[in-house]
Design a protein around this ligand. Structure first.
Ligand SMILES: [Fe+2]
Length: 335
């Protein structure tokens, strides 16, 4: 086994054996679950409208009502086709409104058995359809968002769906049942360093190879395209193999990533880092209480030279009100 990369003390929670009589049974068995209607559908669609207004605000020509403007060159830079890591995207008011939705918070409170939670500054994903803007690099990238050395259930990720995620729309693929096999997989397939991701800032990540999918399938796991509607919350264990699949429909995939963990798990050292990211309107990984680093300012390469992206912003165009609820979820104020 490679040297440990665990850098914060955390409680290891093992709840798989408990029978809850609700969605938690499905979650612990399958490693994921869809919770219907945590936000009313109309309000979720309203948030999608906010996200598209934000995308139009860059003035690059994108207009949601004119499909002839749906072009990659009419959009600011993003990662994997639509994840906006810069431009203060994670701190726009509508994103905080989503994070503060009681129906979004409630399942996490139930899962962790505490109301005292901190939330990630995950960002929005707005992916224009391949059928109109052309193909993306659609090679599957199966991965987990938890480092192999961090055993046990430590993080549960969420997607709030603002658009439909039917069979032909872009959406999440999971290897159903794989979360429970996390420790077994890495015991049998120890990670050999050095590899690029092991030296990356984002420590809680492990990419799989094609042969690894067969390992999981041989143990009863199966690949599932997770379907959901606007207002639904998808939860998955960070030990679950997953990736995002681009759709074939003409729908704009619009989702907000949200993850909450107990505030008590965050060290004072990590709190200081998180407050700094909050004050600078930066995005984080899916992890709400640790694994903090800055994505830095957006840059682009012009004539072989890396220069600041002129579209970068120092603050959101619409700031959220800094309520007590928000500041506690952000980790700025203590419970
Ligand atoms: Fe992921």
């Amino acid at each position: 086994m490679a040297p440990s990369r665990i850098d914060t003390p955390e409680a290891v929670v093992s709840k798989q054996q408990t029978q809850y009589g609700d969605w938690r049974n499905d979650f612990f068995r399958d490693g994921y679950v869809v919770i219907k209607g945590v936000i009313p559908k109309e309000r979720a669609q309203g948030y999608q409208s906010d996200a598209l207004t934000w995308l139009e605000s860059f003035g690059l020509g994108f207009d949601r009502n004119d499909k002839s403007t749906w072009k990659k060159e009419n959009l600011p830079q993003s990662w994997k086709g639509g994840m906006y890591l810069h431009f203060s995207a994670a701190h726009e008011k509508y994103m905080w409104d989503i994070r503060c939705e009681p129906g979004v918070i409630s399942p996490f409170a139930k899962l962790w058995e505490t109301e005292e939670l901190v939330v990630s500054f995950d960002t929005v994903n707005i992916t224009l359809p391949q059928s109109i803007v052309g193909a993306y690099d659609s090679k599957p990238w199966p991965h987990v968002d938890q480092q192999p050395e961090r055993g046990g259930l430590r993080c549960v990720q969420g997607i709030v769906n603002l658009s439909n995620a039917g069979p032909d729309d872009g959406g999440l693929i999971v290897m159903k049942g794989s979360s429970k096999l996390f420790d077994d997989f890495f015991a049998e397939n120890p990670v050999q360093g050095p590899t690029p991701w092991r030296t990356a800032k984002h420590k809680d990540f492990h990419p799989f190879q094609d042969k690894d999918l067969e390992w999981y399938k041989a143990r009863g796991c199966e690949l599932i395209k997770v379907c959901a509607e606007p207002g639904d919350l998808i939860l998955w264990d960070s030990r679950q193999m997953h990736w995002a699949q681009f759709g074939t429909s003409d729908l704009i995939r619009t989702i907000a990533y949200v993850t909450y963990t107990p505030a008590a798990w965050m060290s004072e050292e990590d709190r200081a880092l998180k407050v700094d990211l909050f004050e600078n309107f930066e995005t984080t990984t899916h992890w709400p209480h640790t694994n903090f680093f800055s994505h830095g300012k957006a840059t682009k390469t012009i004539d072989g030279e890396e220069v600041p992206d002129p579209l970068e912003r120092d603050e959101p165009i619409t700031k959220a009100e800094r309520t007590e609820r928000l500041l506690k979820l952000a980790g700025v104020e203590r419970y």
